[in-house]
Design a protein around this ligand. Structure first.
Ligand SMILES: [Zn+2]
Length: 271
């Protein structure tokens, strides 16, 4: 059983500020420790469920040399291998080979979700909204579509209550979710104490891997249109033109169309 664990920092219990997820910032060391411990919890759950290969991909951009490189390596559970410092959504080898299921740990809600702790979609400055066809999505949607392209279901999402709700709306009620905090604003939350949150994540990962058919792989209907609404006019101008996309300058929107989601995504990413 080959399992992918995609992880992000903003949805981890104990993390409520940018300072805790920004490379070199005062709170970063604490954030990394909390982050690594939650990832380890998912690794333990997956291993207990029988996973023979567990690949962790760090999906958090903490800036500079910390881009996708925030896990504390010496602390990682020996049952996993991990990918660090590789651009988000770009490491696809396991998916090409065949992954049985994906678990998403530490995720956050899409941009402008009122109760979403540290909510954003890729980058608040660059992206106000993102749609796959007519569906408004956040980063859970992006990663679920990437996995879905290869026929891999997402079986677990952990993070705050807002991202759990968002993920269930997108992927269906068969999804296992673990809410480790309830957002009170973008920068505050009522939280499950980290040690108990880890127990819940381990149990959630184990539980999720009992039924691989609980969630269908997420595939936006083809042909696929990806719409990016930029955060600002100047950021739009910095990231365009992209070949074979359509730009609506007054609306600050870019459209990427293709027969498959992955083709459409690859026309606009990385920015
Ligand atoms: Zn992040």
């Amino acid at each position: 059983m080959r399992i992918l664990i995609l992880c992000d920092m903003e949805g981890v219990s104990g993390i409520v500020t940018w300072d805790q997820v920004g490379g070199g910032k005062a709170g970063y060391a604490e954030g990394r420790a909390l982050y690594t411990a939650e990832v380890n919890a998912a690794v333990r759950g997956a291993a207990r469920a029988g996973a023979s290969e567990i690949i962790v991909i760090d999906g958090h951009n903490a800036g500079g040399d910390w881009r996708y490189n925030s896990l504390l390596k010496a602390e990682l559970d020996p049952a996993c291998e991990y990918v660090a410092h590789h651009t988000w959504t770009e490491y696809r080898k396991p998916l090409e080979q065949g992954v049985d299921a994906c678990l998403m740990v530490g995720y956050h809600a899409r941009n402008n979700t009122p109760d979403g702790v540290l909510n954003h979609t890729i980058s608040s400055a660059q992206c106000r909204n993102l749609w796959f066809n007519d569906t408004l999505v956040g980063e859970v949607g992006v990663n679920a579509a990437l996995c879905g392209h290869y026929g891999c279901p997402v079986l677990l999402v952990t993070g705050d209550a807002a991202v759990c709700r968002e993920a269930t709306e997108l992927l269906g009620s068969g999804l296992t979710t673990v809410a480790v905090k309830q957002g009170l604003s973008k920068y505050s939350a009522r939280q499950i104490a980290p040690r108990r949150a880890r127990e819940m994540i381990e149990a959630g990962a184990y539980q999720a891997l009992q039924d691989f058919d609980a969630v269908a792989p997420y595939k936006p209907a083809a042909p696929v249109t990806i719409t990016v609404e930029f955060g600002h006019y100047d950021t739009m101008m910095r990231y365009v033109p992209r070949a074979d996309t359509e730009l609506d300058q007054p609306a600050q929107k870019m459209y990427s169309r293709a027969d498959s989601w992955l083709e459409a995504w690859d026309k606009i990413w990385p920015w």
